[in-house]
Each structure stands twice: as C-alpha cells, then as structure tokens.
Design a protein around this ligand. Structure first.
Ligand code: HEC
Length: 105
C-alpha cells in the first residue's frame, strides 16, 4: 500500500468511528497507529517527546490547544514548512484524535 492510500484507509476508519461517536470524549484508541501512519512519530515520537532539539515536545500539551494549532497549520494561518505539509491531508477527526492522543502521553 502506498502511504497516501494507507492514510485514506485510516481516514475512512476514523470517519466511521466518528459517526458512531467512538472517537468522542477521552477515547484515544487508534491514536498511536495514526501517529505512525501520518508520520508524526518521526519528529515527536510515539510518546510526544521531540526526537531532536528542533522538534517540540508535545506530550501532555492541552488537546484543545493542539487541535487548534493543527488546524491553523493546515489552513496556512500558522506558517511552518514542516508542519504545514504534515497535516494538509488530514481531516478534522484525525487532527482531533492526534491532539487527544498526544495530550494523554
Ligand atoms: C519532520 C518533523 C515533524 C513531523 C513529521 C511532525 N512535526 Fe509537528 N512539529 C515539528 C516542528 C519543527 C514544529 C514547530 C513548528 C513551529 O515552529 O511552528 C512542530 C509543531 C507541532 C505542534 C505545535 C506545538 C506547539 O507548541 O505549538 C503540534 C501540535 C505538532 N507539531 C503535532 C504534530 C503531529 C500531530 C504530526 C503528525 C501529523 C506532526 N506534528 C508531524 C516537526 C514535525
């Protein structure tokens, strides 16, 4: 499978989960898999700790703050060439799950 196809599959699964309400609240199942699929782990690790000094630690950060920042990167309102690319294909449901996953690390 190509990475973009895998992302689509993950996106569809998340959309299905969102429809049934399973991703609401504090449920972060699937968050680790999505962080790997979307490539976040290369720089923020699975535990949210930056893998190099230029990559911020995001473990324990507020989910609402991260969700907002991720949407701002996606829209281009917040400019960072790395992060703008990372999130441009992700849905709101995916950004929400990633934000809640890293908040819980
Ligand atoms: C190639 C490295 C890299 C990858 C991959 C990456 N990030 Fe980042 N991330 C960064 C850098 C660098 C910054 C700081 C950007 C800036 O200055 O705005 C950042 C910033 C962030 C922030 C904002 C932190 C803050 O304090 O405002 C969040 C949240 C975040 N990343 C989450 C993610 C998620 C979720 C993914 C996967 C979809 C991801 N990142 C993928 C390097 C990366």
């Amino acid at each position: 499978m190509t990475p973009s196809y895998r992302l689509t599959v993950v996106g569809l699964l998340l959309a299905a989960l969102a429809l049934t309400g399973c991703t609401r609240g504090s449920d972060i199942s699937g968050g680790a898999a999505l962080a790997e699929e979307a490539g976040c782990v290369a720089c923020h690790g699975l535990n949210g700790r930056g893998t190099a000094p230029t990559f911020p630690n995001i473990n324990g950060q507020h989910a609402s703050y991260m969700f907002d920042q991720l949407k701002r990167y996606r829209s281009g309102e917040r400019v960072n060439v790395i992060m703008n690319e990372q999130v441009k294909l992700l849905s709101n449901a995916e950004l929400d799950l990633l934000a809640r996953y890293y908040a819980a690390q």
